[in-house]
Ligand binder design. Structure first.
Ligand code: 13P
Ligand code: SF4
Length: 301
């Protein structure tokens, strides 16, 4: 039996479903039941019928799925696949900012551990942050953990006062404006599509700024035929599947999230076979973290 057949068989036995983020390896995206950006995957995770969710992504994604589905088994094929940015804020700093500002909302990017979510007022993803921040009644916004996404949203919502936190995605931070300019010089006329985790100097060069799904949808709907993709290279798989006649270029070889790439077909098979990588969230923490997650799903509708 091939590994793909083994996975199909185990899925049947366990009544399991596989969710995958666009940054995981191509062969993993190819066998997933649902592929998407963080917002899409959170929405999907909430309405699933299956007993077991296998999350092909990084830990905060599986943790969010568990928070939304306490009665289901959530499995991570590699429990060490973690997003460094998810840890780049502290409850102490949140408490400080709350004490300093009267009318403040703590807006927490979904790329965060549950112990940060529990102290936040609302969760956002790159696909819905703008809409949610605009809808909040608060004048002051403490945006955690990603400074770059926070600065991008702030530039689009000038009526609010933002307080930033110094978290970042190492993969997006490593992409420089020079690399993007070099790619533009090499591929004249290609449109530049940028994820907002990128540094402001790179965002400034964009023809379009958006989440991974936003980038894929934009390129698919566009009449243009060549695009420079400024995010993790995993999105190239879906871009090329949907647009076989268009050309997509990356700007550097370092556009790879090593944690996302830890997920392999073998590990997907093994976690279902051996029931490993089980995500547990302690009940008190789960209930507190659920509040801002559900608020996101409501406000983003
Ligand atoms: P989105 O897929 O929501 O754009 O997020 C990017 C990301 O870094 C996920 O880890
Ligand atoms: Fe985290 Fe960046 Fe990897 Fe996304 S690409 S999981 S933000 S390290």
């Amino acid at each position: 039996m091939s590994i793909v057949e083994e996975i199909k068989e185990l899925k049947k036995q366990r009544n399991a479903v596989i969710l995958a983020h666009y940054y995981v390896a191509d062969e993993v995206q190819a066998i997933a039941d649902y592929i998407g950006d963080s917002y899409y995957l959170a929405k999907v995770a909430k309405g699933l019928q299956e007993d077991t969710i296998v999350f092909a992504g990084v830990n905060f994604m599986g943790e969010s799925a568990k928070i939304l589905n306490p009665g289901k088994t959530v499995l991570m094929p590699d429990i060490t696949a973690d997003c460094p940015m998810a840890h780049m804020a502290t409850a102490e700093r949140i408490a400080q900012v709350r004490a300093q500002y009267e009318d403040v909302a703590v807006v927490c990017y979904v790329n965060s551990v549950a112990s940060l979510k529990e102290h936040s007022d609302v969760i956002v993803t790159s696909a819905n942050a703008m809409k949610i921040v605009k809808a909040l009644p608060n004048k002051n916004i403490f945006f955690i953990p990603d400074e770059n996404l926070g600065r991008y949203i702030a530039s689009e919502v000038p009526e609010k006062n933002f307080i930033f936190n110094d978290g970042y995605c190492p993969i997006h931070k490593a992409i420089s404006a020079k690399q993007v300019l070099d790619a533009k010089a090499k591929h004249k006329g290609a449109l530049v599509l940028v994820h907002p985790e990128s540094i402001p100097e790179v965002v400034e060069l964009a023809d379009y700024v958006g989440s991974t799904s936003g980038i894929i949808d934009f390129a698919t709907a566009s009449d243009a035929t060549e695009f420079i993709i400024v995010t993790e290279r995993g999105v190239l798989y879906e871009l090329r599947c949907k647009n076989p006649d268009k050309k997509f270029y990356s700007v550097s070889d370092s556009q790879i999230c090593a944690d996302m790439k830890k997920v392999t077909l073998e590990k997907i098979r093994d976690c279902m076979k051996d029931n490993t990588g089980v995500i547990e969230v302690e009940d008190e923490l789960r209930k507190k973290a659920l509040i801002p997650l559900e608020r996101m799903l409501e406000l983003a509708k």
